[in-house]
Design a protein around this ligand. Structure first.
Ligand SMILES: [Zn+2]
Length: 331
């Protein structure tokens, strides 16, 4: 019953990785085209983490097969198309899909071809279903400065034309955010807004750095709950927090619901939101995430509406889209 109510609400998903959200049937078909066959049950194990996922490392292994499928224009287009189609079935009205363009350049595709393929998939889906989407391009922590900067220059040409922002993803522990100051200074000069994966598994320094660099949003931001001064800064600067509950438990960013900072963030007046991170890897949807929060933390209908409105407010969508999303929430 609750799930029905949540399913029917107009929703958004602002933190959703393309490679971690591929439809298993598409992965199966695309792998087969490359001559790689795998049976359905085994494929499921390769794509999804189990309930007892041990670590972030185990979690990250689930991206190997999807990335093999994202090396062609057809694969990229189909992945984006499927994602919107699947999200539309749970009444997601607006989705920001993120991916690292240069992770799709392993077999010779250029950055423009990669971005345009994803945009074509989005456009085709937008014509068929009542959903809108934009792309957040991810720089990767383990990529060279030149690779990340070249990607940023390329993606900037599509800002407002399908691309809405920059992100930084990858291993936060091994490659701290302070090493990327120049990249984000360049993003600022180019007027490219950005979110940064920050404080997913513990580092408050990365959260502080992201705030100082001018991030509009923090990916996960779990560590923020340890620092009241930084929480105040986030509130005053209206920095959005992209929480992804199922993923946060699977990667061991948190281990108990009592520690989950969602309600604390809401009480502090922060613009906290709920997102999927990886729909396939975590076997989740926005409906499942909100239902889980209701069952485990007892979040109320008012809190759910607050989270959804926060999500519209902090999205990188154009103002006209934000207004129409807010309008749909009220109806
Ligand atoms: Zn993420």
């Amino acid at each position: 019953m609750e799930q029905d109510w949540i399913r029917q609400l107009p929703k958004t998903d602002l933190h959703c990785h393309l490679d971690g959200s591929m439809d298993p049937n598409t992965v199966f078909t695309l792998l087969k085209e490359t001559g790689f066959t795998i049976d359905g049950d085994q494929l499921e194990k390769e794509l999804m983490v189990s309930e007892d996922c041990e670590s972030l490392e185990e979690y990250l292994k689930r991206f190997d097969l999807p990335l093999r499928c994202l090396q062609t224009e057809a694969g990229l287009k189909q992945a984006a198309f499927d994602l919107l189609k699947n999200a539309a079935t749970e009444n997601v009205k607006y989705l920001e899909v993120r991916f690292a363009p240069m992770s799709s350049a392993l077999k010779g595709l250029g950055c423009k071809q990669i971005i345009e393929s994803v945009l074509r998939g989005i456009q085709a889906a937008e014509q068929q279903w009542d959903i809108k989407a934009s792309v957040i391009v991810c720089a990767m922590r383990h990529y060279s400065k030149a690779q990340n900067e070249q990607m940023l220059y390329c993606a900037r040409e599509y800002l407002g034309e399908g691309v809405c922002a920059l992100d930084l993803a990858g291993d936060e522990g091994a490659f701290p955010t302070k090493d990327f100051r120049e990249l984000f200074q360049l993003a600022k000069r180019l007027d490219m807004p950005f979110t940064i994966h920050s404080g997913e598994c513990g580092s408050i320094l990365n959260v502080e750095e992201a705030i100082n660099l001018g991030a509009k949003r923090l990916g996960h931001g779990i560590a923020l709950s340890k620092d009241s001064n930084l929480m105040k800064q986030c509130r005053d600067k209206r920095i959005g927090i992209e929480l992804c509950p199922t993923s946060n438990f699977q990667t061991k960013a948190v281990t108990a619901w009592e520690e989950y900072p969602l309600r604390q963030f809401l009480k502090e007046g922060l613009l906290a939101t709920v997102n999927t991170d990886n729909r396939t890897v975590s076997n989740t949807t926005i409906t499942k995430e909100l239902t889980k929060l209701k069952e485990n933390m007892g979040i109320t209908e008012d809190e759910i509406r607050r989270l959804l409105i926060n999500s519209i407010e902090i999205s990188f969508a154009a103002d006209d889209i934000k207004h129409s999303l807010i309008g749909e929430m009220g109806s």
